[in-house]
Design a binder for this molecule. Structure first.
Ligand code: HXC
Length: 261
């Protein structure tokens, strides 16, 4: 089911780990890799054996060093547009996946690498991680929705500085800007990502899925419409066995046993 040329997918205890696996080019994203990312996240979205997904890169040097520059160099305008749209669709498969996705950032996350981690729900970085949108140095702009997601995550002032200068910045600066949830030593990165994934996997799948929808749909709409969407989803929780169990467990002073329904 998860047999790819450029990705490794493993599943253990309801946690899927997707690893971009092109270490010779620092996990740069070419067309085939984007197609595989789109396919993998579309399948993981409905795989009942998976509750939480971790996305990382092969090796200790890079998470993803961007879109593949050798692949892009000869493209014409139409091909450039199509490549950008393909990346946007692949990253939308991550963002629209109804399960929490955690980026475990193990080194360079540049250009398309920073863009893909911004499509994830949570971002945990190793202390060696380096971020940036260096596209301006190549005569282009971010094209996998980076102008949109970066601005929403860090605001217009910081996004314009990052995109206009193309400067690289470290994990502490990324944390200060609000791009990251945690910064940990490289040696602890996967253990920390797994610990967070396990903690989330212990919650009810339905409330996780609709919490993601309330936040992601809400931020793209006006406050009142987002609040109405939230109220409808909040009401929907009361149709689940997990709501009855969660509240009963509280009243009985015991840990809730969620069944994801
Ligand atoms: C293709 C890449 C690559 C990339 C690295 N490599 N990044 N190949 N596309 N994005 C290749 C190098 O060519 C090299 O291949 C090998 O990986 C190792 O990289 P080095 O440069 O030798 O490593 P180092 O000196 O440590 O420098 C690491 C680095 C640098 C700082 C990350 O590789 C770099 O600046 N990479 C490009 C980063 C970038 O500009 N990303 C944004 C791309 S544009 P060889 O064969 O020499 O061993 C983008 C647009 C997205 O992402 C939107 C598109 C629509």
């Amino acid at each position: 089911m998860y047999n790819y040329q450029n990705l490794l997918v493993s599943i253990e205890a309801k946690i899927a780990t997707v690893t971009v696996n092109r270490p010779k080019v620092l996990n740069a994203l070419n067309k085939d890799t984007l197609l595989e990312i789109k396919a993998a996240f579309t399948t993981l979205a409905t795989d009942p054996s998976v509750k939480v997904i971790i996305l990382t890169g092969s090796g200790e040097k890079a998470f993803v060093a961007g879109a593949d520059i050798a692949f892009m160099q000869p493209l014409n305008a139409i091909e450039g547009y199509e490549f950008g749209r393909l990346g946007q669709e692949a990253f939308m498969a991550i963002e629209a996946c109804p399960k929490p996705v955690i980026a475990a950032i193990n080194g360079f996350a540049l250009g398309g690498g920073q863009e893909i981690c911004m499509a994830c729900d949570l971002r945990i970085a190793a202390d060696n991680a380096k971020f940036g949108q260096p596209e301006i140095n190549l005569g282009i702009i971010p094209g996998f929705a980076g102008t949109q997601r970066l601005t929403r995550l860090v605001g217009k002032t910081a996004a314009k500085y990052i995109i206009y200068t193309g400067e690289m910045f470290g994990a502490e600066e990324a944390y200060r800007l609000g791009l990251l949830n945690k910064v940990v030593p490289l040696a602890n990165l996967m253990a920390e990502a797994n610990a967070v994934a396990q903690k989330i996997a212990g919650k009810g799948a339905v409330s996780l899925k609709i919490a993601k929808s309330a936040i992601d749909i809400g931020i793209e709409t006006d406050f009142n419409t987002g609040s109405i969407h939230e109220a409808e989803l909040f009401g929907l929780c009361f149709a689940t066995a997990d709501q009855k169990e969660g509240m009963q467990a509280f009243l009985e002073k015991r840990k809730a046993e969620f069944i994801d329904r």
